[in-house]
Design a protein around this ligand. Structure first.
Ligand code: H79
Length: 602
């Protein structure tokens, strides 16, 4: 939709020049460009990330030196943590003066990575630059960094130390980077924002070249005046293309984009994964991978007064709730000014790790997916891994009911770490699971069910759907015909289906057959901007026919394994950004772009 784009045009007088610059820099841009690189739900690129389940976030920066308190000249004390410069209105020169003595001499990469490993975490994401603009590596872009503005050993580079240690101990290494910047004067000034963007790009290039991160975790995507944030969705889209070209394996979060004024929700079309913060959803998320980031006490950065630590039982159950809904848990630690992870945080991480390594209970997290076969129970959480269901029981009882979303047989049942017998019987809308002995843990006891669900029909041999692309937004005019392997498009601002189709005012009609591999109730999910309608077997399954910006819609239909059903998808783009994805899922099928082999053009 144009509304947002038109407003941004007015706000951004340099947009024309910028777009020209983008077109010159990028190898592919403009009509004919699809900015999607793969399907993050299934690609080899994201495989490690989807399997990981649990990661360590590290908030460590110049603010750590203040330990959560700023003493004003009048003697009063203002408290905050990583936001202290902003919230306590610390003058820049004052903040700079305080940071001069920053000397994290006790930062021990081996200990940090060791703590993550002991916790059962599979990746680390550390703040390379938070909102205060201070770089935690020896950047050549400016002097506002840990080598050039500190009392730290000039020979040391903590990002290099951490990256090397992560490689050594076999854990993935990622970097947080705030696009919003309180320190660089050009970052708040629309007229000179281009200069800031060039510096930011140079810093990100340093980060990729020096530390080869597996994840880039952006932050600061909100619209605010304190200080102003001229970053735009176009900037985010351009940066995403640039980074993917520089490092094709990168996993990137959605905050690389920009939220419009007053918009709370983030979109599922930016980056690879969504980022609920200090919360997690009550059900799986449609349309994008996701990761909840949360703290152990209240704040992200170290604050000496911030001592109300969540207990390890709560944290472990959060992890199980999150992975049972298909998400990852990125749990934060805030090292102190010397670089040490606070003991209460390390202790809780160790407790989580002991639970995960006991009795093979890590199977509830690593490689686990949302359980499609059963509904989320009130007594705990259920994750699925191949033909195994893992029931994490919080409220142990001698009978635990599970609602079945699809018929399945249970061929074996056991309690991990216990020899007790478990009986399973059909009951009501599902099954009753009856352990015969005591719980194995106060945190969660795990019952493993081996299930026999329907055998999948052989993989299809399709080549995709026939499509007519029209140079109008109402399916009129002379179409361009071809076969698309999948419907997975981010045309964004500048792209379009073909070089001869302009970026605005086009439409598409895909036709052919779709072949399910299971006799299941399938959910078809669309991610669209603008409008879309999907018919399966003549039934209108998705009807999002009123114009809209990025939206997720879904509808269900029962299908028979191996049969081919007619499919028709109509999509239209008026003006502004354009996106269109067709996703399916079923009790036996995890959420994914409908794959090429199951689509037939005739
Ligand atoms: O790095 C951690 C936090 O410091 C950062 N994200 C995590 C990972 C974060 N900062 N703020 N928030 C999260 C919450 C957002 C606050 C905001 Fe606002 C409210 C942004 C816009 C409205 C107040 C007004 C603060 C800025 C403008």
């Amino acid at each position: 939709m144009l509304r947002g784009a038109a407003m941004e045009l007015k706000e951004e007088p340099m947009l024309g020049a910028l777009l020209t610059a983008v077109l010159m820099v990028l190898p592919f841009a403009g009509p004919g460009t699809n900015h999607v690189v793969d399907d993050p739900f299934t690609s080899a690129r994201t495989s490690w990330y989807r399997d990981a389940g649990f990661g360590m976030f590290i908030h460590f920066g110049a603010y750590s030196q203040l330990e959560g308190e700023y003493k004003r000249s009048d003697g009063s004390v203002c408290q905050d943590a990583e936001w202290i410069m902003n919230k306590c209105k610390v003058p820049v020169n004052e903040y700079e003066k305080l940071v001069k003595s920053f000397n994290p001499s006790q930062f021990d990469a081996k200990a940090v990575v060791g703590t993550a490993k002991a916790a059962g975490q599979k990746y680390i994401v550390i703040t390379s630059k938070h909102h205060d603009g201070y770089a935690m590596w020896p950047t050549k872009v400016n002097k506002w960094n840990l080598r050039d503005h500190s009392s730290f050993d000039k020979q040391r580079d903590i990002l290099r130390e951490l990256k090397q240690e992560a490689d050594r101990q076999g854990i993935k290494f990622g970097l947080y980077y705030s696009t919003w910047d309180w320190h660089d004067p050009d970052a708040r000034n629309a007229a000179t924002f281009g200069k800031y963007k060039a510096r930011m790009k140079a810093q990100l290039t340093e980060l990729i070249d020096n530390y080869d991160p597996a994840v880039l975790w952006f932050d600061g995507d909100w619209d605010t005046d304190n200080p102003p944030n001229p970053w735009t969705k176009q900037d985010g889209a351009e940066l995403e293309d640039y980074l993917r070209a520089a490092s094709p394996e990168l996993v990137i979060n959605n905050r690389i984009s920009k939220r419009a004024p007053g918009v709370k929700e983030r979109r599922v079309v930016d980056g690879d994964f969504g980022t609920p913060e200090q919360t997690f959803p009550s059900a799986p998320i449609d349309g994008q991978l996701w990761e909840s980031c949360m703290t152990i006490p209240k704040k992200w950065g170290f604050a000496k007064w911030d001592t109300n630590f969540k207990d390890s039982k709560t944290l472990t159950r959060n992890l199980l709730d999150i992975t049972s809904r298909g998400g990852n848990y990125l749990l934060n630690v805030g090292p102190d000014k010397l670089g040490r992870i606070p003991a209460p945080e390390a202790e809780r991480l160790r407790a989580m790790g002991s639970w995960l390594s006991a009795n093979g209970q890590g199977a509830t997290v690593y490689g686990a997916e949302a359980a499609g076969l059963v509904a989320d129970p009130a007594w705990g959480a259920v994750a699925q891994h191949g033909n195994k269901l893992y029931l994490s029981v919080y409220d142990w009882a001698n009978s635990l009911h599970l609602k079945a979303l699809e018929p399945f047989d249970v061929t074996a049942a056991r309690v991990l770490g216990s020899a007790q017998a478990v009986t399973v019987s059909k009951a009501g809308d599902g099954i009753d699971v009856k352990p015969s002995g005591a719980k194995t843990s106060d945190v969660a006891s795990v019952i493993e069910l081996t299930v026999k669900s329907e055998v999948a029909a052989p993989a299809g041999t399709g080549n995709g759907l026939s499509v007519d692309y029209f140079p109008t937004s109402d399916w009129t005019g002379t179409p361009t015909h071809r076969v698309d392997p999948t419907i997975n498009f981010a045309w964004r601002f500048d792209g379009s289906p073909a070089p001869n189709i302009a970026a605005d005012h086009f439409s598409a009609r895909w036709t052919g057959f779709v072949q399910p591999r299971f006799s299941d109730t399938y959910t078809f999910t669309t991610v669209s901007d603008d409008l879309v309608r999907v018919w399966i077997d003549g039934k209108l399954v998705v009807d999002a026919s009123s114009p809209h910006q990025v939206r997720v819609d879904k509808g269900t239909i029962a299908l028979q394994s191996g049969r081919k059903y007619s499919i028709k998808v109509e999509y239209a783009e008026t003006v502004g950004e354009a996106f269109m994805k067709l996703i399916w899922s079923s009790p036996n099928t995890t959420q994914q772009i409908v794959p090429k082999g199951q689509l037939y053009s005739s």
